[in-house]
Design a protein around this ligand. Structure first.
Ligand SMILES: Nc1ncnc2c1ncn2[C@@H]1O[C@H](COP(=O)(O)OP(=O)(O)OP(=O)(O)O)[C@@H](O)[C@H]1O
Ligand SMILES: [Mg+2]
Length: 455
């Protein structure tokens, strides 16, 4: 057992210590023993143990108390308790408090070996995780984008090549796959990085406002236009403009955008003077633009102008090999943000994440980990902190107006439903609900707390 070299046995009965020592005789493991918790603690302060095997009921300090004290000193040794069948509740309490497992007395050599084998595997996994963590600093990371999946690696290469050019980029991918991140990376990596990076979501504004937001307007262009207004294109001069959800752009504005891409100039609303600017255009869409072109819902000539460089982001379900890397990245990120000391996730937890169906893509994974970090009070996130059904627990809704329901409950349902609709995009959901993202975050915190309390 490669990861188990030092074991400490704690038992007030020497007979038990001798029995375990005998069982482990030919295993090349160093065994140390203590007859009570105090003696054990002294040893732990001086020496590194991989595993502590402790009796539960001992005079002076119980195994459970010892476990708590050990955890104040070190996270490293795995703790195994031995307990009589009749005292199984002690063992359960120990496991709840962070013991690795328990063994019932009297036990066989086989039972002991099976448990130690499990510890060994867990330790092997942790060692592997540490390796993993070190790895994603260079090759698997570009700006803040994480991924070792081949498609993502190819995208890193594309970004490096195209950043220095002014080529128009179309980023296609489902919600939460990282389109905006890629756009950010392209800008930050370009010669334009010191100039403005301006964003406009074509779907978030009422149609009649998009034009004046993009191109600005002249004084007197319409009622209320009492002074000249500079649009996003002018703000983005020498920089980059990101047009999110380009498929939602009105047909006549598609023509105006096309003209800009061809002539590098436009006119403000209500104006006649052409204005020339130097702007790199990046667009994103979560729809299949080619399909929309085929259905005559998007201008073909504009599509070709936008599609000079195309980046297609894979769904998270199609790049599940990136889940561990992303998970560690988010654990680090939120552990720092919330001032926590969380370093890892349990084997079982990671398996759940790898199995889950991520319709909300990386954003959903990020939200899941953020929530887990927020509520986890240990160094390792176990599966109970992973609220994977978050966006689904509202699916079975019957007519809520007919049932007896409080306003708070109604509000909660509306909020969660909106969040589900936008795949966990808090900014978007808050916008639709007419509240600030901060209020939304606070409400979600309360809901999570409620779930926690129900446990
Ligand atoms: N490869 C990645 N590495 C690290 N974080 C990522 C990655 N991809 C996405 N994210 C994170 O997931 C979240 C969603 O990403 P982003 O906003 O770029 O998605 P999007 O495709 O623009 O989504 P939408 O279509 O809903 O606007 C962000 O918080 C981002 O930080
Ligand atoms: Mg986006």
């Amino acid at each position: 057992m490669k990861y188990i070299n030092e074991i400490l046995i704690v038992d007030d009965e020497q007979m038990n210590i001798d029995a375990i020592t005998l069982m482990l005789k030919n295993k090349e493991i160093n065994i140390t023993s203590a007859n009570n918790g105090f003696q054990a603690l002294d040893l732990i302060k001086q020496q590194n143990f991989d595993v502590i095997i402790s009796d539960v009921r001992m005079p002076g300090m119980s195994g459970l108390e010892l476990l708590k004290k050990v955890r104040e000193i070190s996270l490293k040794p795995e703790f195994i308790v031995i307990t009589a069948y009749s005292k199984i509740s002690d063992a359960v309490a120990a496991v709840k408090n962070g013991a690795f497992d328990y063994i019932e007395k009297p036990f066989s050599r086989d039972a002991l070996e099976v448990t130690l084998e499990k510890v060994n595997r867990e330790k092997a996994l942790k060692a592997e995780n540490i390796l993993l963590k070190e790895k994603f600093h260079d090759k698997y990371k570009f700006e803040n984008i994480i991924g070792k999946n081949q498609e993502i690696q190819n995208i890193f290469e594309i970004i490096k090549v195209i950043s220095k050019t002014t080529a128009t980029v179309l980023i296609q991918g489902k919600s939460g796959t990282g389109k905006e991140m890629i756009a950010n990376a392209i800008h930050t990596h370009s010669n334009r990085a010191n100039n403005n990076f301006v964003k406009l979501n074509c779907a978030a504004l009422p149609e009649n406002l998009v034009e004046s937001e993009l191109f600005g307007y002249e004084k007197g262009a319409f009622t209320g236009a009492n002074k000249t207004h500079i649009g996003k294109f002018e703000y983005a001069n020498h920089g980059t403009i990101l047009l999110d959800e380009i498929s939602e752009l009105r047909f006549d504005l598609q023509a105006k955008l096309l003209r800009f891409l061809q002539e590098k100039e436009f006119t403000r609303v209500g104006g006649n003077t052409p204005i020339k600017v130097d702007v790199r255009v990046i667009t994103t869409t979560n729809k299949d633009l080619e399909q929309l072109v085929a259905e005559n819902k998007f201008r073909e000539d504009l599509f070709y102008r936008l599609n000079v460089v195309k980046i297609q982001l894979p769904n998270l379900n199609d790049r599940k090999n990136d889940i561990p890397l992303l998970t560690y990245h988010f654990i680090d990120k939120y552990s720092k943000k919330y001032n926590k000391n969380i370093k890892n996730i349990s084997l079982e937890g990671m398996k759940l994440l790898e199995k889950h169906n991520w319709n909300g893509n990386v954003r959903e994974l990020e939200n899941t980990i953020e929530q887990a970090v927020l509520f986890c009070d240990k160094e390792v996130i176990s599966s109970r902190y992973l609220r994977l059904e978050n966006y689904n627990f509202l699916s079975a809704q019957n007519n809520i107006f007919d049932s007896d329901i409080t306003i708070a409950e109604l509000e909660k349902r509306k909020i969660l439903k909106t969040l589900k609709k936008y795949m966990g995009n808090k900014t978007k959901a808050a916008e639709i609900l007419g509240i600030t993202t901060r209020t939304l975050r606070n409400k979600l915190k309360t809901y999570s707390q409620q779930i926690q309390d129900e446990d």
